[in-house]
Design a protein around this ligand. Structure first.
Ligand code: BGC
Length: 751
């Protein structure tokens, strides 16, 4: 039997290479040739994606059952599946379409490989705090290597949605609040996933999502409506998508929200005018989970059939879990409401991605059990995960150099999360197994650090499931007394607090972004018996913790750091690694300040007045708790001698001296911001336009150079036209978005 299958495989591979493989005739010809052989149903089938038969990452649709899906696979009416993984499962489905369907067009296997597969790197927001593009790229590379070894050839990542609202749980999945940093990270992640050769068996197609404006979900509530003005769209939301397209991203996922009153899934302006026409995007658009069907719930279409019509016309090429295309596209073509040409265009985009992946040459190229066995969770990947985990940690406060820990000190460790081996994996833990993260306690053990541990209180009640609400413990304080006594009898107390792994991520919005449950109270109680408190935060979003900022001498933001979490945290606490991360998102003082972000516009009443009529709150400061770009080190960095020059072409070169004035080697992220002081359209008070991460030995000085081309000084008008205007600019360089040296320049012309 095995040998018969093998021969079948060989023959089919041969047929692929002769008829469809990457031979001399160009890909366009092959696609045209293949299209000419396809029936309308088979074409529509390529635009149809089914969820795997056993797992969901969204609401389970009533339509479709395993038997029907199986029949559709055999007929070649399925272009792709999601959530099917493992070589054995992938091979099984691929064999059905390859051997049993008329044309044997291989399937794409999509999955949310967000920050790793079995080896988990830090959540994307955390990785973004590293500002280390090489490490981020490498992390995506490893994710692709592991995912591809399990048969996956397409990831629904990176999420490149800019967001200014930490109430929205999905900020954990993105690059933060800034379009410049977000664009650089989008590029790094795509290059990592897709590698330099998409047809290799260890690279996978990437997806830039969610096009566009999902990060603007009103009041931070998940799946809420969105309203974005065009000026913001072009200048803030679209740049990372544009960077993704320029990096050859193979697919773009549309979004649940609205754009100008039309669901993004049905927006021709977004998907056709901007993405496909203006940007020449050559891949295909995948809908978000049921986003075609939901157009009717938005009140935009009368039924699923009209939703299918509008989504296809608007440029959504593949249907994820709406069952709209498979049910209605044929009828719509027959009624003349949709042209077959439009279908051909969508299908050829999908087929081209399959060609580029090399699936026509070998549909089983990702199905290799040996790779699967050897590559998942291997040592090299764990090492890389540790490397980026350390780099993602942000030191927020360190009064009197309380950190790093001193030898001989008696250490207490408090907090449920210190002992948690699952929460650090985050909410997109995909192929990983629960309980596989190194906990903080284990990390300290691994470095032979002695401590006394007391939980203090449970963070949540019971075991939390991916699809279920988290129930936070708000009553059981029975562990408080023991924790206080352990703290009281120690020289220094490490308190590990924050969010359970399922308190951020999709469908995990919060109105209150303080420490959940009893943790704030626990922290205050501990602080009342010992003032040497180190607060180690674990969370998937910025938190509003003003009391801690005022009363706790040392605070370390560790996000959710993935498989190697505890080791990375222990290395930072002990000083084995000197922290170097910088915040990719502003931390507010209170929820009432949201949206709060550094690249805001000036108001007409910015300055503090002796009367009340200026832009402020009567009960809170305007400033954030910690600004964008902020992060400390165990060493001290001194900035001096800033110099800025412009030439006749309007190019700017800037430099600054950076000295490590402390006593340990450390890395600093030097940041450059600009302000276009007066322009036809008001520009932000600051815009990040460059950054460099450098490592300096104690006493070492380096001159850091930046150059800005004309493009970096321009912006988009609300019509989407890019303009560069002459005049005065502030050029600012420094350690974070608030602490900067400024030089004003005048650009007389751009040639
Ligand atoms: C999410 C997408 C994800 C998809 C498939 C949706 O609910 O919004 O980001 O890729 O599910 O899991």
């Amino acid at each position: 039997m095995a040998s018969k299958n093998y021969i079948l495989l060989l023959v089919s591979s041969l047929i692929y290479s002769i008829t469809l493989g990457q031979s001399s005739i160009g890909m366009d010809n092959k696609v045209t040739h293949l299209l000419s052989q396809m029936t309308l149903e088979e074409k529509i089938g390529q635009m149809n994606q089914y969820n795997g038969f056993w797992e969901v990452t969204g609401p389970t649709p009533k339509e479709g059952n395993a038997k029907e899906k199986y029949e559709h696979l055999k007929k070649g009416w399925v272009g792709s599946v999601l959530n099917v993984r493992g070589v054995e499962n992938v091979r099984k489905l691929q064999e059905i379409v390859v051997n049993e369907s008329r044309l044997g067009i291989p399937l794409l296997f999509g999955s949310d490989v967000i920050h790793g597969y079995k080896t988990l790197a830090p959540i994307p927001l955390a990785e973004s705090a590293s500002w280390d593009l090489e490490a981020i790229k490498n992390s995506a590379r490893i994710a692709a290597i592991e995912a591809s070894a399990t048969g996956i050839n397409w990831t629904f990542a990176p999420m490149v949605d800019i967001s200014r609202d930490p109430r929205w749980g999905r900020v954990m999945e993105g690059g933060g609040e800034d379009p410049f940093l977000g664009s650089a990270i989008a590029k790094a992640r795509i290059n990592g996933f897709q590698g330099s050769d998409l047809s290799a068996n260890n690279t996978i197609a990437a997806t830039a999502k969610h096009f566009a404006g999902y990060g603007w979900s009103e009041s931070g509530r998940e799946y809420n409506t969105t309203s974005v003005d065009d000026y913001t769209l072009y200048n803030v939301i679209l740049p990372p998508f544009k960077a993704a397209v320029d990096s050859d991203v193979q697919t773009v996922m549309n979004s649940f929200g609205l754009y100008n009153g039309i669901p993004a899934t049905g927006s021709s302006k977004l998907q056709r005018d901007i993405l496909k026409d203006r940007w020449n995007f050559e891949g295909f658009v995948i809908s978000d989970w049921a986003s075609i069907k939901e157009m009717t719930l938005h009140g935009h279409t009368v039924d699923l059939k009209e939703a299918a019509e509008k989504a296809a016309i608007a440029g959504s090429d593949m249907d994820m879990e709406s069952y709209a295309y498979i049910k209605h596209l044929k009828e719509l073509v027959q009624e003349g409401k949709i042209s077959e040409k439009l279908i051909d265009e969508a299908v050829s985009r999908i087929l081209k991605v399959k060609f580029r992946l090399g699936l026509f040459e070998d549909p089983y190229k990702y199905c290799n059990e040996t790779r699967e066995q050897n590559l998942l969770y291997n040592e090299v990947h764990q090492k890389a995960a540790l490397d980026i985990a350390k780099k993602s940690i942000v030191l927020l406060k360190n009064d009197n150099n309380l950190l790093p820990l001193q030898k001989g000190n008696k250490i207490a460790v408090i907090g449920d999360l210190a002992d948690d081996k699952t929460s650090p994996l985050g909410s997109w833990r995909i192929g990983s197994d629960d309980e596989t993260a190194i906990s903080v306690l284990e990390g300290l053990d691994n470095l032979n650090i002695d401590y006394n541990y007391s939980r203090g209180c449970k963070l949540v009640e019971g075991k939390v499931e991916f699809t279920q609400e988290v129930i936070v413990n708000t009553t059981d304080k029975t562990g408080f007394e023991e924790a206080k006594s352990v703290a009281e009898n120690s020289d220094i107390v490490i308190v590990v607090l924050g969010e359970h792994g399922f308190m951020s991520g999709e469908a995990r919005s919060r109105t209150d972004i303080s420490l959940p449950g009893l943790q704030q109270e626990l922290l205050e109680e501990i602080r009342s018996v010992n003032s040497n408190v180190v607060l180690v935060l674990m969370n998937g979003r910025p938190l509003a913790i003003p009391w801690a900022e005022k009363n706790i001498p040392a605070i370390v933001e560790t996000w959710q750091l993935g498989s190697q979490s505890g080791n990375a945290i222990a290395e930072v606490l002990t000083g084995k690694y000197n922290p170097s991360g910088k915040l990719p998102m502003t931390f507010p003082r209170s929820v009432g300040q949201i949206p709060i972000y550094y690249n805001q516009f000036s108001t007409g009443r910015q300055e503090k007045e002796s009367h009340v009529f200026w832009s402020h709150y009567i009960d809170e400061e305007n400033t954030p708790l910690w600004p964008f770009g902020y992060g400390l080190s165990y060493t001290e960095f001194e900035y001096s001698n800033m110099s800025v020059k412009t030439n006749n072409n309007g190019e700017v070169s800037a430099s600054i001296s950076l000295k490590n004035a402390g006593s340990s080697t450390g890395e600093e992220v030097v940041q450059l911001y600009i302000q276009d002081i007066k322009s036809s359209y008001v520009r932000p008070v600051k815009e990040l336009k460059g950054f460099k991460k450098v490592s300096l030995a104690p006493g070492e000085t380096q001159v850091i150079n930046f150059s800005l081309a004309k493009e970096q000084l321009g912006y988009y008008t609300p019509e989407g036209k890019f303009v560069s205007e002459t005049g005065e600019f502030n050029i600012m360089i420094g350690t974070n978005s608030q602490k900067l040296s400024t030089t004003k320049i005048n650009i007389a012309s751009f040639n």
